[in-house]
Design a binder for this molecule. Structure first.
Ligand SMILES: CC(C)(COP(=O)(O)OP(=O)(O)OC[C@H]1O[C@@H](n2cnc3c(N)ncnc32)[C@H](O)[C@@H]1OP(=O)(O)O)[C@@H](O)C(=O)NCCC(=O)NCCS
Length: 211
């Protein structure tokens, strides 16, 4: 059985724990929160380490231990990833809820997370560290970059491009042929009817740059 440690100990980290338990075949070694001070505590019966340094004292031979990214913010995921790789932990393969069906034309990078109820069709690629939360849908020929976060109920139509580090709020939607630029944020409930430029926060229907 492969061993995994969850980076983060907040809400999404605990949801990820449940997803990993549902998948099975993984031994969860614990959570790593990010406090320079503090004790090793317990969280849902697993060790809850204050830093990666505390974790590696318990597991000196940690080069075959996988890590996953238990955070929603793209920037936080990116910095967690950087630190874990610097220590030599291994990025885990995509974590996919057992009820999610995947067509062979779908390509998933490492550290992708597909939560329960995610529905994807065909010819879709999803980049490193990207998470689709509960009941997201993704249509054909859609390409999603790295470290993106899709909150519950996001709908991406076919032929959408999502660049790196994009965040889409709960129940937002993107119409066909739109591109979400690097680091943009689509607010909860928004509908992108045309492309959103990099770095912009857009809200409403149709989605417009927040004033
Ligand atoms: C869009 C968003 C990122 C903006 O966050 P923010 O910059 O902190 O915005 P504020 O809360 O300060 O609100 C600023 C203004 O935008 C409006 N606004 C915020 N979010 C909005 C949304 N989703 N749709 C429409 N208007 C919104 C607010 O009403 C406020 O308007 P006002 O200035 O007229 O009062 C955020 O509100 C959002 O939608 N995040 C997604 C959260 C989510 O889905 N989380 C799921 C976790 S699982």
């Amino acid at each position: 059985m492969k061993s995994i440690v969850i980076l983060g100990a907040g809400g999404f980290a605990r949801e990820l724990m449940w997803l990993i338990e549902s998948i099975g075949n993984w031994k969860i070694l614990g959570f790593i929160r990010s406090e320079s001070q503090g004790e090793i505590t317990e969280l849902h019966g697993y060790r809850n380490y204050p830093t990666i340094g505390f974790f590696t004292k318990d597991y000196p031979n940690y080069a075959d231990i996988y890590f996953c990214l238990g955070a929603g913010s793209p920037k936080v995921k990116e910095s967690m990833d950087y630190e874990a790789r610097a220590y030599g932990l291994v990025p885990c393969p995509a974590l996919v809820h057992p009820d999610v069906k995947l067509h062979p034309s779908i390509q998933l990078s490492e550290n992708v997370v597909l939560c329960e109820g995610a529905s994807l069709t065909v010819d879709i690629t999803i980049g490193y560290g990207t998470m689709l939360n509960l009941h997201c849908t993704v249509g054909h020929d859609t390409k999603i970059g790295d470290f993106c976060t899709f909150s519950p109920g996001v709908h991406l139509s076919g032929n959408v491009v999502v660049e790196n580090n994009v965040e889409c709020g709960t129940n937002s939607s993107v119409l066909p042929y739109c591109t979400l630029g690097v680091g943009c944020v689509l607010g909860a409930g928004a509908v992108a009817v045309k492309s959103i430029p990099a770095g912009v926060v857009a809200v409403g229907i149709p989605a417009k740059q927040k004033g």
